[in-house]
Write a protein that binds this ligand. Structure first.
Ligand SMILES: Nc1ncnc2c1ncn2[C@@H]1O[C@H](COP(=O)(O)OP(=O)(O)O)[C@@H](O)[C@H]1O
Ligand SMILES: Cc1ncc(COP(=O)(O)OP(=O)(O)O)c(N)n1
Length: 276
């Protein structure tokens, strides 16, 4: 039987991010993907043209329908949009005792559209993050969550420590928004050790959906029973290959290639991992 992975997120009609990216990633990583849709976005490679939240009862019922019948080995959250939706998901997480909860604190799309209301950030911090096995903020999201500035390596370390105190078992600070000297560095912290995952920067505009795909790959790896650091390391290989083979569709920022490791098995990912 396949391990079961559930995503609770927004739909991206353009297919590069959100629910669509998550399900493609689950499939590529040999897990059975299921979905709870929190909002429908009208979206393409150029940006988000509309956001249409699903009513609370519909979200509540989708989770109940999946969990009471099928269950999940790991659960990921993406776009949650408002505090009411966060409240429902947090309550369900407590009720079903999700052990492998991956919280991607999606706030704003790279194209600049708000995917989480400002007043919902406190609910994310107080209700959902404390239940997470891992949270996966990018740098702007980490600044919003902590109020800290992030410029130096020490700032990154302080920021992950601050986020760790919010109660998740681990924190992954993604570095895609602050590349440095041709390198992109993600910082993973589990309360004891800092792991720096460093890769060469890929010069491409086709990075739509990177955050969703990365968090979905971590979720699939956790569903398969991998320990957290290994789930993250393998997910990083997956997302890096997906960006390397990202492609141009539409007029804007194209999607990553979820099938990259299958279609191009010789892809070499040059990743350095340092621990401290
Ligand atoms: N140009 C790039 N080259 C290599 N890796 C990248 C690039 N852009 C983003 N990444 C990686 O993609 C993942 C998602 O990054 P990031 O852009 O920080 O988050 P988000 O997509 O949530 O905004 C991270 O592992 C980051 O290091
Ligand atoms: C429906 C939906 N959810 C999340 C995102 C954000 O995707 P992400 O992978 O964090 O980054 P960008 O695609 O915005 O670069 C989204 N756009 N839509």
């Amino acid at each position: 039987m396949l391990p079961k992975a559930l995503t609770i997120a927004g739909s991206d009609s353009g297919g590069g991010a959100g629910i669509q990216a998550d399900l493609k990633t689950f499939q590529e990583l040999d897990t059975f993907g299921m979905s709870v849709i929190t909002a429908v976005t009208a979206q393409n490679t150029e940006g988000v043209q509309g956001v249409y939240p699903v009513e609370s009862e519909g979200i509540d019922q989708q989770i109940t329908s999946v969990m009471d019948d099928i269950g999940a080995d790991a659960v990921k959250t993406g776009m949650l949009f408002d505090k009411e939706i966060i409240g429902i998901v947090a309550e369900k997480s407590r009720y079903y005792k999700w052990p492998n909860l991956v919280v991607d604190p999606v706030m704003v799309s790279t194209s600049g559209s708000k995917l989480l209301k400002n007043e919902a950030i406190d609910a994310l911090i107080n209700e959902l993050i404390p239940q997470a096995a891992i949270i996966t903020p990018n740098i702007p999201e980490a600044k919003e969550l902590t109020g800290l500035t992030i410029q130096t390596v020490d700032d990154r370390k302080n920021t992950v420590k601050e986020m760790y105190k919010m109660g998740a078992s681990a924190v992954l600070l993604k570095g895609g928004h602050e590349k440095n000297k041709g390198k992109v560095v993600d910082l993973f912290y589990d309360g004891r050790t800092f792991h720096y995952l460093s890769v060469p920067e890929i010069n491409t505009p086709h990075t739509h959906g990177t955050g969703c795909t990365y968090a979905a790959a971590i979720t699939a790896n956790l569903a398969k029973g991998l320990p957290l650091p290994e789930a993250v390391r393998k997910a990083k290989m997956f997302i890096h290959a997906a960006i390397m083979h990202g492609f141009s569709i539409g007029k804007g920022s194209g999607p990553t290639n979820h099938a990259a490791l299958r279609l191009y098995p010789d892809t070499r990912v040059e990743m350095e991992v340092e621990t401290e």
